[in-house]
Design a protein around this ligand. Structure first.
Ligand SMILES: [Zn+2]
Length: 280
């Protein structure tokens, strides 16, 4: 009988907290049976359950504490390391010369090219007389937002939404935007161990701001999130919000620019193709 060995998934530094090495083990059938019962509408909660189950106990840290980007990186790492063949081909129509080209890439080497967070895992600035600390949203925060998004009313296949449903959605999305901001920040001079109490105090401070101040705060927090970027290179579709993985830039073999420079096309693939929890 052939000796079949499970995938040996190499450890990697948690991109949002590089001192922590993440070591995942390939799921057993017994574990995969459990994952099959996870609610597909609760992707973040499912991801927490999956990552906590397949972590090596020796370096275990609850995935609710990992940043959203580290969690995405981990599911991608798991997916590509357990693939039989991680070499892919992207065929695309070139905008430069109008012909079809093929780009070969290796998902495993792509997985190797992640960024770890630069400097401290947070940024601070003064706002309205207080220090504000911005950190990447963690798994717990993502689950909180996911829970809130469950209230969005979706149109049925036959009818579009009526006015009151639209109004409900607009209000809810404004609340989710506010909640995203609350979950992104802390006031280091006003911390309490009690998470609910801390959330409430931050929420009260932010809702007391003027609309102009709120926009200003949002922009400052957005800029910090950009600086704190880590994990994989991804882009989101502006209309649907769907995430894409940037797989590289391919050089047109037929044409050069006017100054002889290479003409490249940036290629991306849907992230969902490589973020599935293994099920049986
Ligand atoms: Zn071309």
């Amino acid at each position: 009988m052939a000796n079949i060995i499970g995938a040996n998934i190499p450890a990697f530094p948690n991109p949002g907290n590089p001192e922590h090495q993440i070591k995942l083990k390939e799921a057993t059938v017994q574990q995969a049976l459990q994952f099959s019962g996870l609610n597909p509408l609760m992707e973040e909660a499912s991801l927490t359950a999956f990552l906590n189950e397949v972590q090596d106990p020796a370096s275990y840290v609850d995935a609710k504490e990992w940043s959203a980007q580290s969690r995405k990186m981990a599911i991608f790492w798991y997916a590509v390391q357990t693939l039989d063949d991680a070499k892919m081909t992207a065929d695309y129509l070139c905008d430069h010369c109008g012909e079809m080209h093929s780009y070969r890439y290796d998902l495993r080497s792509l997985a190797d090219q992640f960024h770890t967070i630069t400097g401290k895992p947070y940024r601070e600035f003064d706002f309205n007389g207080e220090t504000v600390r911005v950190s990447p949203i963690n798994g717990e925060g993502m689950e909180n937002l996911e829970q809130a998004k469950q209230g969005v009313i979706k149109p049925s296949s036959k009818e579009s939404l009526n006015e009151s449903s639209k109004e409900h959605n607009r209000k809810l999305l404004a609340h989710i935007r506010l909640r995203t901001l609350v979950l992104s920040i802390d006031y280091p001079n006003d911390l309490t161990e009690d998470k609910d109490e801390r959330f409430k105090r931050k929420d009260e401070k932010i809702t007391a701001l003027t609309v102009g101040q709120y926009r200003q705060l949002e922009e400052l927090v957005y800029n910090c999130h950009q600086e704190l970027h880590h994990g994989l290179d991804m882009t989101a579709d502006t209309d649907t919000g769907e995430l894409y993985l940037v797989v590289g830039a391919h050089e047109c073999p037929n044409l050069k620019g006017e100054g002889g420079e290479a003409l490249t096309t940036s290629l991306r693939v849907p992230f969902r193709n490589y973020s599935n929890i293994p099920m049986v």
